[in-house]
Design a protein around this ligand. Sequence first.
Ligand code: 13P
Length: 391
Amino acid sequence: MALVNMKQMLEHAHTNGYAVGAFDLVSLDFLEAILDAAGHCRAPVILSLAESHFEYFDFELVMPAVVAGARRASVPVAIHLDHGESLSSAVRGINLGCNGVMVDASHLPLEENIAASRKVVEMARGCGVPVEGELGYVPGVEGEDAERHPGEIAYTSVEDARRYVAESGVDFLAVSVGTVHGRMQGEPRLDFQRLAGIDQALGIPLVIHGGTGLADEQFRSLIENGVSKINYYTALADAAGGRIVGNASAGAKSYTALVAGVRQAIAEEVERCIRLWGGAGQAEAVLAHCEPWEPVEHIILYNVEKLDEREVREMMAEGRRVLPSIPGVQAVDTGIAAQDAAKYRYCWRIRFCHPAVIDSYRDHPDHKAFADHRFRPYAGDRISIDYRLVE
Ligand code: 13P
């Protein structure tokens, strides 16, 4: 299993002078292509899911496949929520399996951006999950012509960056130094001096959004100046689209004929980027450096008194309704012993995304209210153990 701690992954890249690709995916073809390419060049990789893309796929349905792909990979993988719009988006992403989240409050004034980001950081800390914040504004929309969304670039200033990171507590910073999201005409002019100043002031992994369309030399200079994560999507979508158009002009009519070769086209572009950004061949060193991302099963075996069987089932149903929205809770299962003679008749099996959730869950008000009023008064006879899942 190669799902690893994303903070440690990016720190390795930052210390060793390369950048990890964070490739946005919108379908299983993208997922397989990104993992194939990373596996082929033995590189760490980030599977990125942008909230703005949720209209193209069902986030809840896709995430089990993304987690399974990451766990099956032999190279180090992290799963990131890209451009999360709110605290509840971040909780949802974490509970579905993201082990890194971005809070994008960059459109707000500095004070409000700090406050919104800090809320996400406080929640995510309790789940062991690192947070990427953004300061300044990178215009455009992934997958579209940048000119259709012209907004002014708001460059990140060194002073604001210093204050934003200190007060919000984010682990990585997305900076605005001249890139735009989506397809652009001509070559963007990047402010490397500004980037170097931010890098020196902060010393944390920096992130570039809007990777599509930059020249090889520009990528190299970005990485030399502290960029450790590069977000990339439009060029992959165009490679996939180009293959479909080619298949259609060659007479393809069915879905499978139209998408033939799409995965390979995406994988070629991902591999080109990984090699250019220096990640190729780093997989083994990253695996040695990073903790595996291991969930915890919180198991409670119990007997009840003062409740009949129907009331026990109602109490369980309420737990299944209330507890899954607590940050870091990935699943809540309830069970009844298969054998009448079992020492304990009932069980809870609650999956936490990370050992940090053992404490934050225990202290969460929704858990306390449920446990103190609906569960503990009736379940004095119980044992409770947290198991780290090892593979
Ligand atoms: P591009 O689509 O320009 O590559 O940008 C992707 C991105 O920044 C996603 O957050």
